[in-house]
Design a protein. Structure first.
Length: 363
């Protein structure tokens, strides 16, 4: 099959047509991919910020059609339209039975219990991104739990972004931070995940939503998604600008959607006493957050971690599609570019330059 392989960090992805894909085993399905979004998490592996074994097949925000079904799969059939989930729940481990689906021990260890990747090239294994999805290709094999069926009339070119950015942003607001109607919210980083946080804060009824980004275009775009105010970090201390906007008191909820420990500290400084900062972006392995202990001891501030929105995709994807159908969630405007898989390196360059919100690749 055709695929875009990462063979060395810092190098362009290589378009090849000789990757071999195994047929699905028991409990697995093969999916013919139609669209895959390019996410900042992919960029972490491409630029070497996160380590990986090469060659690696990236791509994790995807949708397609089920083409083969392994033994024992009862809830999917050939021809089903699906969106893929980066962290499917096994439903049995310590975390899944407690409702912490994105912390699933099986998914964290790899999609397949035998440790395989179902991918080879020239007889040698091809690794998957973070030992999970591999969607910069024409086909992939995943556990049935990683393929969430959606209605046949669902447009996958826009719905594919539910698989990472929208699920993560919505879950951060609703499932992790539990933002309440009337809350004041700040979002640092107005890319795909950040805009999803903005939209979700608007949906739950936040009274003020402050968007922070160095990119002027993204700040302007954020206003159509729900931001009531924007801040340019180049104009001075962000926390001080927040205090000025809110009459001397910080926000109730701050979200870091870039993956930066320094920006997490800005979020903490921008929240009121008793306020909450939620880390949503994926930082480098070497990053650490410095906290003044007295602020937490006397001010009651809170710091939360959030991976993939702390949500169950089998519940969230249908709910998000319903919000989109009802006109409350704008997916069309989030997809600012569409390119064929052959132009993936151009899409990576656009992301590195901060152009657009989400590029969706047709595969």
């Amino acid at each position: 099959m055709q695929a875009a392989l990462l063979t060395e960090p810092g190098k362009p992805l290589e378009i090849v047509d000789d990757v071999e894909l195994e047929s699905p085993r028991a409990g697995e399905v093969e999916v013919e991919l139609e669209y895959c979004g390019l996410c900042h998490s992919d960029l972490h592996f491409i630029d070497g910020s996160l380590p990986g074994v090469m060659p690696m097949l990236l791509g994790h925000e995807a949708g397609g059609i089920v083409t083969k079904v392994g033994l024992g799969v009862l809830d999917l059939v050939e021809g089903d339209k699906v969106i893929l989930s980066l962290r499917p729940s096994c439903g049995r481990c310590y975390f899944c039975v407690r409702g912490d689906f994105t912390l699933c021990e099986q998914s964290a260890a790899g999609l397949f219990p035998d440790g395989g990747t179902r991918l080879t090239r020239g007889g040698e294994p091809v690794q998957r991104m973070g030992v999970n999805l591999a969607a910069f290709a024409t086909h992939t094999v995943v556990p049935a739990a990683a393929a969430v069926k959606v209605p046949d009339d669902t447009p996958l070119d826009i719905a594919s972004v539910l698989g990472c950015s929208v699920q993560t942003g919505f879950g951060a607001v609703v499932s992790t931070a539990h933002v309440q109607p009337g809350a004041t919210v700040m979002v640092i980083g107005l890319g795909g995940v950040g805009i999803s946080i903005v939209q979700s804060a608007r949906i739950v009824g936040a009274s003020r939503i402050i968007g922070v980004d160095m990119n002027k275009g993204r700040r302007e775009q954020s206003l159509q998604f729900g931001c009531t105010d924007t801040i340019d970090p180049a104009e001075g201390d962000v926390a001080q600008q927040v205090l000025e906007l809110l009459g001397g008191r910080g926000v109730d909820q701050a979200f870091e959607a870039v993956g930066s420990s320094a920006l997490t500290e800005v979020c903490i400084a921008s929240t009121r006493n008793g306020g909450t900062t939620t880390m949503v972006g994926i930082p480098k392995l070497s990053d650490s957050v410095s906290i003044h202990a007295i602020v937490f001891a006397t001010g009651g501030k809170k710091l939360l971690g959030c991976f993939m929105g702390h949500s169950n995709p089998h519940r969230e994807f249908p709910r998000l599609i319903s919000l989109w159908r009802n006109g409350k969630l704008d997916l069309e405007a989030m997809v600012t570019s569409k390119r064929p898989l052959s132009e993936i390196n151009d899409a990576v360059a656009d992301m590195q330059a901060g152009l657009g919100l989400r590029t969706v690749l047709s595969v």
